[in-house]
Design a binder for this molecule. Sequence first.
Ligand SMILES: Cc1cc2nc3c(=O)[nH]c(=O)nc-3n(C[C@H](O)[C@H](O)[C@H](O)COP(=O)(O)O)c2cc1C
Length: 316
Amino acid sequence: MNGVARKVPSLDVSLGSLHLQLPTLMGSGCYGSGEEYAPFVDYAGIGGVVLKSVTRLPRLGNPTPRLSPTPSGMLNAIGLQNPGIDAYLAHDVAKFADRPCAVIGSVAGFSVEDYAEVTARLAARDEIDAIEINISCPNVGHEGETFACDPRLAERATAAARGATAKPLIVKLSPNVTDITEIARRVEAAGADALAVINTVRGMAIDVDRVEPRLGNASGGLSGPAIRPIAVLAVWEVARSVKIPIVGQGGIETARDALEFFLAGASAVSIGTGNFTDPRAPQNVTAGVRDYLAARGHAALREIVGLANAAFAGAR
Ligand SMILES: Cc1cc2nc3c(=O)[nH]c(=O)nc-3n(C[C@H](O)[C@H](O)[C@H](O)COP(=O)(O)O)c2cc1C
């Protein structure tokens, strides 16, 4: 090093007007309501928490069992269990005051009006820095994913949320579609500041001894390392289709996993299932990404966003 200290690469990132000190978000539904991890996690060591999705009315969720492990992942069918926006605002949101990281509220809905109303009410709270709309929940019957699977409805849900808040708006897309890029373009045109790519992949497991599905809901959403290649491809394709930043997610456990997403075109990443196996995964990702950047002489994470994608396009 000839006595010259190399600068530590910067990892800060902007998603619209949402500025993150670190590029690691905790995925919605995978961090409890955000406070359960407090004994294990230094919140200053993560970019932000995406809270559990909340709906207009309370939801009991799906019949149990709601989780089933699979090779390299897990199936879940929670069914958007939540207390509804009234109780959520009264009891839960205040717990997120003064967190040293971004706090992103997640809104789920069953109508365009739901997205407008719940977004407006949640975003009005000072504790909430940004809104993510979950238009892609696969575990609540067909209606949960209808918005993510129909370009026109995806656009309308986005426009409704956009009209309800000036805070940064992230829209979470489903992989369970024929052409994710068309949905991404429509959502961008409707005013989204960033895209979350991807939610879980529909799946099912059957208990052959009991001769019945392992999940009470029969089908569920697959997450974890099993879906990572699907997610990386989705980010790769979406990055070629839109200009707004992407939060890549699906099976990230390590820094090298996260780097795949950055190189494909994600500006930030989200860790969901990886938190269940290792609550320190976010810190390990941050440290490993910094080491990778430093070893290659990069001054900032943003220098490698989409690098593999651009290099591949240039080589063709
Ligand atoms: C148990 C569980 C609950 C989830 N709940 C939500 C939710 O409420 N809202 C949402 O947008 N995504 C939800 N997700 C999806 C995750 O946020 C994430 O997008 C997905 O699992 C892929 O990332 P991963 O492989 O890192 O988990 C849930 C995932 C799991 C495993």
